[in-house]
Design a protein around this ligand. Structure first.
Ligand SMILES: [Zn+2]
Length: 313
């Protein structure tokens, strides 16, 4: 009886904390952004409760976690992050939350691509930062590894391994789910390799808002030009913009694409000034909401590929 009262009191307390109420029966997992949240849910199935910090159409580059996120993470067992500098706010959130669980970096083992060259003056900007932030990556590597399906297979392996370590009793289920998901990822990858190979190389050149598709481009031989760098924080200079408009006018681009989570204005400006048509909207760093065309990772890749293929025909 006393235990029941205690549990009721605890539930009342949890309800008082705004945000997530963690289930006692499931492994409490925080995923930093929607794509990781989806992969984690697929692998964890009924054994996990997943809280995604940066939701559909959200921008992880400039996310600002608040007390709600901190409180939820403080009680979680596993934190799954992309790494490679994708979540510059993560270390501070981890510290403020008192998180005692397991941090799982989904890109571990991936060969990262280099980011765009750093802008002059960036060193000075970061000089004043505290020493504990030094392991953060400020633009040396491109964090968008999830845009290559081959890398997604590594994400799946890492997530399944991490969940299995945190909840060994369910390891067999995690492996089963991970194997099924991996098979779907590999099948889509094979199909897209064939689809893009059928497009003449000179048609495989498009422009996007921020530099999120280098991994995708590497996988299928597509050249992506962007008006911003690998983070949406970076701003394109007038000189960059003029150069891109020139490239576009020279007839080297099949289309210009907007993104679901970036400011469309720069890309729209290039479209207007170059006369190149807007091919649609790509899902860059976030899923769509459940009613949109990219509510899960595989739909996202499939949808982006379909849009690109249509523009390049
Ligand atoms: Zn990005």
């Amino acid at each position: 009886m006393r235990r029941l009262v205690w549990v009721a009191g605890l539930l009342a307390m949890m309800a008082a904390v705004p945000g997530v109420a963690w289930s006692q029966e499931k492994l409490a997992v925080v995923a930093t952004f929607s794509i990781l949240g989806d992969l984690t849910q697929r692998i964890g199935g009924d054994h996990v409760q997943v809280l995604t910090l940066v939701g559909p159409n959200g921008d992880a580059h400039v996310f600002q976690p608040g007390p709600k996120e901190s409180a939820a993470l403080g009680k979680a067992s596993v934190l799954i992050a992309n790494g490679l500098g994708f979540e510059p706010w993560l270390h501070r959130l981890e510290e403020s939350s008192g998180f005692k669980g397991k941090l799982l970096v989904a890109t571990e083992g991936i060969t990262p691509l280099a980011g765009a060259e750093e802008h002059e003056g960036e060193e000075e900007e970061h000089e004043g930062e505290e020493a504990h932030e030094e392991h953060h990556d400020h633009g040396g590597t491109d964090p968008h590894a999830f845009q290559n399906l081959s890398n997604a297979l590594v994400y799946v392996t890492n997530i399944a391994k991490g969940l299995s370590e945190a909840a060994p009793a369910h390891a067999a289920d995690f492996k089963l789910n991970a194997d099924k998901l991996s098979a779907e990822i590999a099948a889509l990858d094979a199909q897209l390799k064939a689809d893009f190979a059928a497009i003449p190389q000179e048609r495989r050149r498009v422009l996007t808002s921020h530099d999120a598709f280098q991994y995708f481009g590497r996988a299928y031989g597509i050249e992506f030009i962007s008006v911003q760098g690998v983070s949406t924080e970076a701003e394109a200079s007038a000189e960059d913009l003029a150069k891109i408009v020139r490239q576009a006018r020279d007839g080297h681009l099949s289309a210009i694409f907007l993104e679901n989570m970036s400011d469309p204005r720069l890309a729209e400006t290039v479209a207007q000034e170059s006369g190149i048509r807007v091919g649609g909207e790509l899902y860059a760093d976030a899923l769509s909401d459940p009613t949109g065309p990219a509510p899960d990772y595989l739909s996202l890749v499939r949808y982006n590929a379909k849009q690109l293929l249509a523009a390049m025909q």
